[in-house]
Ligand binder design. Structure first.
Ligand code: ADP
Ligand code: MG
Length: 737
């Protein structure tokens, strides 16, 4: 049944009856969440058609054949057998597995290549020190420094051949493994199979291929992996395991979190905390989402905490955003009237939220208990917008054995060097980078479409065609399946577009309740409510800003519409990455552009083109039914690419920082609601369709809400941090290319 028919103007009642069920986002898990598997890559020799050993197949899909180790029964070293602890009462590894074997180097290389995984050693302090010694001895010939700069060493760590190995080889808690299995995860995604061994046991993962590195105190890690590829689990599993391991080793309950996870928006932090709680269920590991006014154990703050908590309690209501439904976030609500110190093993926070706590009352607090700092969406956290806040937290983590991991789908070279520089004086641990697939591209499962609409009015027209496919006779508009997300450049434009479209959905299909806006000038509780309704399938069209472009995982989103062209390549990758997650197929990303956008469009066209090439390569090599090569008719034909002007560095930067000038809100913040100003979105036809006074009422209401929210946001100060750079309506841009 076609849900879209419901939305066409000539809706029949009978069809409308089926709406709610049909509109529910897809909930079923995809069979294969892996994006790349080309066994022919990296094979010099014939592929070995040997079946998987029982241990590896028992939990994996029958159709999976990408790991074909030559001889898994071969035990490479005695002490490895000793490493292994037999499975406890859990069923995850029923039959006693053979002693875990290391794959030989050829096999490792082949597996990593077939999944397009590339590990690079970004800094090895040993090497640096050696280089310095050499230099000081006397200047060597010129070739030496040039070489050490350009040729970064590749690494080939052991991959995770199946989730069962977590238990059998890496000794991950049986409970965590069963929680994982309960959620239906059967096959590790690329980032999981590549990173988990390295993070759980670097000495094992690197033993056979990089024995010279000093990995005994762990590694610092930077992972660049596609949107929706399961990075969250990849950093959560080692974090939870680490807490449990410490406990098992008899560590006394520490005062303060062992791990801190930073994410740029509250929505994302909340989502990560929820994922963590599901995974840690029954383990006793406490995962807490940081909230305003929360007090956590920190060095030197003990005596001030009580007083501080009272002060913050008062200020909490200032922006009206401390929604009560969010209370479920914390595991510590049983405290009576005064807030006391919240115990957390793993704390998930936005940068501002934690930094506020660390610096409140002009005291500089330290977090000596933290052993692991995790930056999700690391490139945005280290972008100038958040950099000081993130660094403030990083510097407060005073433990000499702090390990840092950074995660994103996009990572500029400037971010990498920033991280390396920051780590250099603090640690001797190696910094390793993983790149999955082609860096800074969209996932291969997405079909891209660029639509030229000439004018702003044209965009509305095109959008209505996407919303009402039956009203369109044109084949230039792709089929969009609900639910989908629409991205606008500013808060004002998102609000205005919402006002414009809210009556477009027929009453019998749910009317205006099916469409909603979400942006950072809404209160926290309103934001949370919209997300809940969207996840539940009650909202079909969600209009938003770049607030939602990072990390948010909506299972069944079938499409993304860039109503306004994203202001950077990274923004494109992240926005469209809200769809096509975990191998979800049949997803479409449409970008509407006007004459005004042509000057900047090449940046986006390049990303699309690269992503399509990658998808086409992946499809031809794997014979993947999801997107066969013939299906991929390019969104950027050669004539278009050739016609688009080059975009200079300066204009890229300007666009990233300010967006398209004419779409910016008027100074003073009053231009919202489509009520005038350059940023307005309105159409005559829509005006005529509705009674004018109704519309005006809606517009006025939204204006007032907007004004109020803007004032609140201003008063809140740090709120922009929580809101992902939503301040002033201009959202964060992206990749420094
Ligand atoms: P990322 O952070 O890489 O953008 P997420 O961690 O948000 O991606 O994961 C995207 C989705 O994929 C989530 O809904 C998650 O539950 C799901 N997922 C993660 N790992 C797997 C797996 N191994 N198999 C199937 N689905 C997975
Ligand atoms: Mg993520």
């Amino acid at each position: 049944m076609d849900i879209l028919k419901i939305l066409s103007r000539g809706t029949k009642k009978s069809a409308a009856q089926n709406v709610p069920a049909a509109a529910k986002p897809t909930t079923k898990k995809v069979a294969n969440p892996q994006l790349y598997n080309d066994p022919t890559r990296g094979t010099k020799r014939k592929r070995i058609e040997q079946p998987l050993p029982e241990q590896a197949t028992s939990d994996a899909d029958e159709d999976v054949d990408f790991f074909a180790p030559k001889d898994l029964n071969k035990v490479t070293s005695k002490e490895e057998a000793g490493d292994h602890q037999g499975p406890s009462s859990q069923s995850t590894a029923k039959q006693e597995p053979q002693a875990p074997a290391l794959l030989d180097n050829d096999e490792v290389r082949q597996i990593l290549k077939s999944h397009r995984l590339k590990f690079t050693l970004l800094s090895s302090h040993e090497e640096e020190r050696a280089a310095k010694v050499k230099k000081s001895k006397k200047k060597q010939k010129t070739a030496v420094p040039a070489k050490s700069k350009d040729t970064k060493r590749s690494l080939y760590p052991q991959p995770l051949t199946s989730f069962t190995e977590l238990r059998s080889t890496y000794n991950v808690s049986a409970r965590v493994c069963s929680n994982l299995a309960k959620q239906g995860f059967r096959l590790p995604t690329e980032v999981q199979l590549a990173s988990l061994p390295l993070l759980l046991d670097p000495s094992r993962a690197l033993r056979s291929s990089a024995d010279d590195l000093d990995y005994n105190n762990g590694i610092d890690f930077l992972a660049v992996a596609p949107t929706g590829s399961g990075k969250t689990l990849t950093f959560l599993i080692p974090s939870i395991n680490d807490v449990l391991r410490r406990r098992a080793e008899g560590a006394t309950q520490q005062e303060g979190p062992i791990a801190i996870i930073i994410a740029p928006t509250r929505e994302l932090a909340h989502q990560i905390a929820n994922e963590g709680k599901k995974l840690a269920q029954g383990t006793g590991v406490k995962i807490v989402g940081m909230k305003k006014g929360m007090v956590i154990p920190a060095d030197g703050s003990k005596t001030d905490d009580e007083e501080m908590a009272t002060q913050e309690d008062k200020s909490d209501g200032e922006d009206g955003s401390s929604g009560s439904e969010d209370e479920a976030d914390s595991g510590d609500e049983r405290t009576p009237k005064q807030q006391t110190t919240t115990k957390a093993d793993i704390l998930v926070t936005t940068p501002m939220m934690l930094l506020n706590f660390l610096t409140k009352g002009s005291i500089s607090r330290k977090l000596p208990s933290v052993r692991s700092l995790i930056l999700d969406e690391a490139d945005v956290l280290l972008d100038p917008l958040f950099r000081n806040q993130t660094m403030g937290i990083w510097n407060a983590c005073s433990s000499p054995s702090l390990r840092v991991t950074l995660w994103s789908a996009t990572m500029g070279a400037n971010i990498e060097s920033l991280v390396a520089d920051q780590l250099k004086p603090r640690t001797t641990a190696p910094l390793v980078r993983l790149v999955v697939g082609l860096k800074d591209t969209a996932v291969p499962s997405i079909k891209h479409k660029l639509i030229y609409t000439a004018t702003e009015q044209g965009k509305l027209f095109a959008l209505r065609q996407l919303l009402h496919p039956n009203s369109s006779s044109s084949s230039t508009v792709p089929d969009m399946r609900l639910p989908f997300l629409i991205f606008a450049q500013t808060i004002d434009r998102a609000t205005a577009l919402h006002n414009e479209l809210q009556y477009d959905i027929p009453v019998e299909a749910g009317g205006s309740t099916r469409i909603a806006a979400l942006h950072s000038s809404m209160s926290e509780s309103a934001r949370a409510a919209v997300i809940t309704r969207f996840r539940a399938g009650e909202i079909w069209v969600l209009i938003t800003t770049d607030l939602l472009m990072r990390g948010i995982d909506f299972h069944g989103v079938n499409g993304v519409i860039n109503y306004d062209v994203p202001t950077s390549a990274a923004a494109y990758v992240h926005r469209v990455g809200r769809t096509g997650r975990a191998g979800h197929g049949g997803c479409v990303a449409v970008t509407l552009y006007t004459t005004e956008d042509v000057a900047h469009l090449k940046t986006i066209a390049n990303v699309i083109s690269l992503s399509e090439k990658q998808a086409s390569a992946a499809a031809t090599t794997t014979g993947d039914a999801k997107s066969s090569a013939s299906e991929i008719d390019t969104a950027v034909p050669k004539w278009l690419m050739d016609a688009l002007p080059k975009v200079g560095k300066d204009s890229k930067k300007k666009l990233r920082e300010r967006g398209v000038e004419s779409r910016r809100s008027r100074p003073g913040g009053g231009g919202g609601g489509g009520g005038g100003g350059a940023a307005r979105i309105t159409s005559k036809s829509a005006w005529e369709r509705r009674k004018e006074h109704n519309r005006r009422g809606a517009i006025e209401g939204s204006k007032n809400r907007k004004k109020q929210a803007a004032a609140e946001a201003e008063a809140g100060g740090g709120e922009a941090g929580g809101g992902g750079g939503g301040g002033g309506g201009d959202e964060w841009g992206g990749l420094d290319d």
